[in-house]
Write a protein that binds this ligand. Structure first.
Ligand SMILES: NC(=O)c1ccc[n+]([C@@H]2O[C@H](COP(=O)([O-])OP(=O)(O)OC[C@H]3O[C@@H](n4cnc5c(N)ncnc54)[C@H](O)[C@@H]3O)[C@@H](O)[C@H]2O)c1
Length: 357
């Protein structure tokens, strides 16, 4: 491990990536380069607290562009790559799967090839400490019934174009480890929630709609179950795995917080009713509306993260209740962030601030 880690974060302007960047910069030894294409899901306002930090830099770029990656590897000379750049929304993958194949599969392949070329030309001491962590999802394992948990050796069985593209990228990463000796690690994590999540995802969508007294659309009967993890706990897990995990290994990360979608929405309603009562709606659960289920909607995800917890000493700091309260409070306290995402003003702000880079 070099004295000062230099971490290349792909997708660092997204929901989890921005939390990872903020977490990394808390360590005064760490330098971060955030490489992000700034798709619709990115928001550099999530990183305003990092802008003035001399150990942070941002570069706009696409992981499908090998020349841009080559330039970043040779000028920044990372000791670690944390690969989060991806198309990440299941519903969007049903309407337009091509972008998922391009970024998640092709882009990961191109990034691996550039990382390999860079790695092979490093001095031996730097090769020994170099790590490539691929950040993936538990959705690659497909659906569980009422019982059981995903394990690191659970066979892949993805249902959506999103999860299939992530599964493909996981296989590519392991292949670059086995075939070319690239020191790779893979993490598969359960559903994340927390500040700065684009409001197309379940929890921020429900918080913002419920706050404003709008309908709360819930797929099917709301019986689908997910294991929820607060995003800052995920960020901490990723940096722990990148530094202390065993090369070639897969780490499962989860919150041990299984909840049905209906339970999640009802909990959001009751917290909001208590801390921000609506003038005309006494019980926000009345806003819940069941809508036609998503095709191929996996029934249950639940992950056994005990091996990661035991080996690396990581565990979540937040329970679902404390994390959800923090998240709701963050959305109520940051109407500007939300408004900018919705109005497209943040896109203009990014163009004005970053077009020259
Ligand atoms: N959100 C979850 O619950 C969850 C759970 C487990 C794993 N993951 C994985 O974690 C990673 C981050 O997820 P997220 O929720 O923060 O996603 P996100 O959609 O919020 O952010 C993705 C980021 O990647 C960038 N990006 C997209 N395509 C790019 C490209 N071609 N080149 C460079 N940058 C590009 C976007 O601009 C954006 O900033 C993804 O790989 C996702 O599969 C997410």
């Amino acid at each position: 491990m070099p004295i000062s880690p230099r971490v290349l974060v792909t997708g660092g302007a997204g929901f989890i990536g921005s939390s990872v960047v903020r977490h990394l910069l808390e360590d005064p030894q760490v330098e971060v380069l955030n490489f992000d294409a700034l798709t619709y899901a990115a928001n550099l306002q999530s990183l305003q607290s990092c802008e003035a930090n001399p150990r942070y830099r941002f570069q706009r770029g696409n992981i499908c562009n090998p020349e841009a990656l080559r330039e970043v590897f040779s000028s920044f000379r990372p000791s670690h790559v944390l690969h989060l750049a991806a198309e990440s929304h299941v519903d969007r993958s049903l309407h337009g799967p091509q972008a998922f194949i391009e970024t998640n599969v092709m882009g990961t392949g191109i990034l691996l090839q550039e990382a390999r070329d860079y790695f092979q030309n490093l001095p031996t001491a730097e090769q020994e400490s170099f790590r490539f962590l691929h950040v993936s999802t538990d959705e690659v394992f497909g659906s569980l019934g009422a019982e059981g948990f995903f394990q690191p050796d659970t066979p892949y069985d993805p249902s959506s174009p999103y999860s299939a593209s992530k599964a493909a990228s996981d296989h590519l990463v392991r292949a670059w480890g086995r075939s070319f000796g690239l020191p790779v690690l893979v993490s598969n994590c359960s559903n994340n929630y927390g500040p700065c999540q684009f409001p197309e995802k379940l929890i921020p969508l429900m918080i913002t709609n419920a706050f404003e007294g709008k309908k709360l659309p819930v797929y099917g009967k709301g019986e689908n179950i997910r294991d929820w993890l607060y995003v800052e706990d995920h960020a901490r897990a990723l940096w722990t795995i990148a530094r202390h995990g065993q090369v070639g290994k897969t780490y499962l990360i989860g919150g041990e917080e299984e909840h049905t979608n209906l339970d999640v929405v009802q909990t959001i309603c009751s917290i909001l009713d208590a801390i921000a009562p609506h003038p005309d709606i006494s019980n926000r659960c009345d806003l819940i509306e069941f809508v036609t289920d998503r095709p191929g909607h996996d029934f249950r995800y639940a992950i056994d993260s005990s091996a990661t917890r035991e080996e690396l000493g990581w565990k979540p700091a937040e329970s679902f209740e404390t994390g959800l309260k923090k998240t709701i409070r963050w959305y109520l306290d940051n109407p500007d962030w939300l408004e900018s995402v919705r109005s497209g003003a943040y896109r203009q702000w990014m163009e004005e601030n970053y077009a020259w880079r």
